[in-house]
Write a protein that binds this ligand. Structure first.
Ligand code: 3HC
Length: 699
């Protein structure tokens, strides 16, 4: 449905004030009709003889979510944001922005171009463009810096902070905060200022906060963040713009910002980050679920007070839900709760939460010893030992005590959910909730749907993830689900590269240079090599793993046989002093022997070759996952990797990366690897089809 400009921004006179109500669903983003509507209504208000002042408000308790992100990269049509804001500044009548909900990006920029800002106390404001690989390009860097000073602007814009209205008032961004109706408050505010008389203040004309700014603050912020900003464009441009606000006249500063915005807009980083923005929202949607309502979840039982169970308990209690944390002994519960308290203490000491919030959250976690305590809970999540027998025992007990309609979830990272569900009389209510460690921190939550799960259970689990502030991705119940299945595939490809001539540190360095926070071997060392060693031996014993295969690299087994389990023993793929890892030259000799045993010739390898092999393995496996229906769409894989596996967000995820390279190019690489290793590399049909179609992913 197309919305007309006059409907996108409505006009009404109230008590001698022109009320401009923005109503452009879903979130009042500045799409073309809304921009045209703003111009139209501003002119109408200025020329209306009855209107003495203008109030801009958003319908449905939300102000403006910023520019319309869908329009980026497309030809510009209609008035531009900066033109609207300049028109606002030229108004002879005072303009008050009445902010409820969110004023983000271009939304806050609009408010900053008004003479005054009145906000509901629950409202939040922020210039969050950096999350999209952009900068505030409609005057935000200039007006905010002039209003609140460069330090505040740097902090808010570089960290994409959503600032609560009362705090924004303390910072000088908001003029008044109300607990009542924001429109009424804004009209009253406008009338009070009218009574006092003009001139009406403009943020862009303020100079008091940009006097005597020490230019070293900009250099310091660049130096401090150099590592964090590797590969990014926007943060550097933002710093330049804020600096420009302190040195250039207003109109020159605005022009400078517009040029810097273009630099960001044209960079592939922007495309990748905007892809992820929409991918994250798409991932939350379940195909075929129209009309299915989620069940209400207010109380949750957790089984297992270990690190994982405790982390899950924290994230649930933080969201305001009641938690019953069960373990087998009081000692285990006490130890678990002590760990939870310690984690919270660390968060308070870092300033990431307050003691009051922690006390409230802790008050919602109750340690219990008896399954009967779960009789009334809406959802139970088990986080016990990964053994199908243990899970069967747990789910049989849950089936006996939990109320009808309660959802029974497993945090398994490996077992088939349907095999777990089968022991209950309610397999439709059983689902996988695969949290990532530390569960109170990691954003990704894989919701694992077995064939037996009902749509209502799936939808409820996805909604529950949102309640926790997690990013849910729906996976089918295949080996490793989405994330670990791909990890397993590219991990084993890395192991082959080690036999072909690479070293662990070379692979890790190549992945880091690509943008991963750490490489795969450092990650394995941190996790400890012993557990997977035991798993491999068990698998080999029952014929599930062929250790004699040419492609099986026994390096990890040899490390474990030497007692080198990784960071915890001081040696693994690296040697450690504390947490400091250094490469182990002696490993090269071990690898040389292995290559010889397997008859593989070692050759020098470039970082580019390493990255292509590993990324192609990820993409090919990802395409198989989509083709087999274990992921709903390719972009879900990007979301899982960006939010759970450290894939650099500025590259948009592995599937997006492939699309940027050209699917035909990636397919050609996969074919090249297949020619070399036909047993290992089977091109995904889906990749082949999409490469031949000459377009991107279609699902
Ligand atoms: N443009 C276009 N669509 C947007 C949008 C935007 N700015 N913000 C949200 N949407 C869409 C979403 O894609 C989603 O669409 P869908 O229903 O088809 O999936 C729908 O609006 C609802 O979004 P959410 O699910 O995120 O709704 P919530 O209520 O959970 O959150 C919000 C609302 C806090 C406003 C959140 O949507 C958000 O953070 N939006 C992005 C804000 C932002 O980044 N603004 C800056 C834009 S860039 C800019 O302004 C440049 C300027 O400086 C020149």
């Amino acid at each position: 449905m197309t919305i007309k400009p006059e409907d996108a921004v409505r006009y009404e006179l109230r008590d001698g004030v022109a009320l401009l109500t923005i109503d452009f669903p879903p979130v009042n983003a500045f799409g073309q009709p809304m921009r045209e509507g703003m111009m139209l209504r501003l002119d109408q208000a200025v020329s209306d003889p009855v209107a003495e002042a203008i109030v801009i408000v958003g319908a449905h308790d939300r102000f403006i979510a910023g520019a319309d992100i869908r329009e980026f990269g497309k030809p510009k049509v209609g008035p531009e944001l900066h033109q609207i804001f300049e028109r606002m500044e030229q108004s002879p009548k005072p303009i008050v922005a009445a902010i409820d909900g969110h004023a983000l990006g271009g939304g806050l920029e609009c408010a900053l171009a008004a003479s005054y800002r009145v906000a509901a106390s629950r409202a939040k404001v922020g210039l969050v463009e950096i999350n999209l690989g952009l900068l505030p390009g409609a005057g935000g860097t200039q007006r905010l810096t002039r209003l609140a000073g460069p330090q505040v602007a740097l902090d808010l814009i570089l960290n994409a902070r959503h600032v609560p209205a009362p705090k924004a008032k303390d910072l000088g961004i908001i003029d008044a905060v109300t607990d009542g109706d924001v429109t009424a408050a804004a009209i009253a505010f406008a009338k009070a200022r009218l009574a006092q008389g003009g001139p009406w203040p403009l943020a862009i004309e303020r100079t008091d906060k940009i006097q005597n700014v020490d230019p070293r603050i900009f250099e310091e912020v660049r130096a401090k963040n150099a590592k964090k900003w590797t590969g990014l464009v926007a943060p550097f441009e933002i710093v330049k713009c804020i600096e420009a606000a302190t040195t250039l006249p207003p109109r020159d500063g605005l022009a400078f910002e517009r040029e810097a915005f273009k630099v960001c807009l044209e960079s592939p980083v922007r495309e990748a980050q905007i892809h992820l923005f929409f991918a994250e929202r798409a991932a939350a949607k379940v195909e075929g679920s129209d009309g299915v309502k989620p069940r209400t979840i207010k109380s949750v039982g957790i089984i297992g007070a270990g690190t994982m169970g405790g982390g899950i308990a924290m994230s649930i209690a933080n969201a305001g839900l009641e938690v019953k944390l069960l373990d087998m002994s009081q000692e285990a519960i006490d130890a678990g709760l002590a760990r939870v308290r310690k984690n919270y203490e660390t968060s308070v000491s870092r300033g990431s939460t307050t003691q009051d919030k922690v006390d409230a959250a802790l008050g919602r976690i109750d340690g219990v010893l008896d399954y009967q305590a779960f009789a009334d809970v809406d959802l139970v999540i088990e986080a016990v030992f990964e053994s199908i027998e243990v899970k069967h025992d747990v789910f049989t007990k849950l089936d006996a005590v939990c109320k009808p309609g309660a959802i029974l979830a497993s945090n398994t990272s490996a077992l088939n959910i349907d095999r777990i569900a089968e022991v209950t009389k309610r397999p439709g209510d059983v689902i996988g909730l695969h949290f990532f460690s530390p569960a109170n921190v990691m954003k990704l939550l894989e919701v694992v749907r077995g064939d037996l799960a009902s749509m209502e259970t799936v939808v409820s689990a996805m909604a529950f993830a949102k309640t926790l502030g997690k990013v849910p991705v729906l996976a089918g119940t295949c080996f490793g689900f989405i994330g670990n299945r791909i990890l397993h595939r590219y991990g084993s490809e890395a192991d082959v590269l080690l036999m072909e001539g690479a070293t662990p540190s070379q692979i890790d360095d190549a992945l880091k240079a690509f943008g991963f926070p750490m490489g795969i071997y450092l990650m394995r060392d941190m996790a400890g090599l012993d557990v997977s060693y035991r798993v491999r031996r068990n698998k080999a014993a029952v014929g599930e793993l062929d250790m004699n295969s040419i492609f099986y690299n026994p390096i990890a087994d040899r490390l474990c046989e030497d007692g080198d389990y990784g960071q915890k023993t001081g040696k693994g793929y690296y040697a450690y002093e504390g947490r400091n890892a250094t490469p182990r030259p002696e490993l090269e000799e071990k690898l040389r022997i292995i290559s010889q045993e397997k008859g593989i010739e070692r050759k020098p390898m470039t970082d580019e070759e390493i990255v292509w092999r590993i990324l192609s393995a990820m993409v090919n496996e990802g395409a198989k996952i989509v083709e087999e229906g274990y992921a709903q769409r390719a972009s879900d894989i990007d979301v899982a990797y960006a939010f759970g596996y450290g894939f650099p967000k500025y590259r948009g995820g592995p599937m997006f990366w492939a699309q940027q390279q050209g699917l035909a190019t990636v397919f050609a690489k996969v074919k090249e690897y297949e020619a070399r290793y036909p047993e290992r590399w089977k091109p995904a049909k889906h990749l082949e089809e999409r490469a031949q179609a000459g377009a991107g992913w279609n699902r």
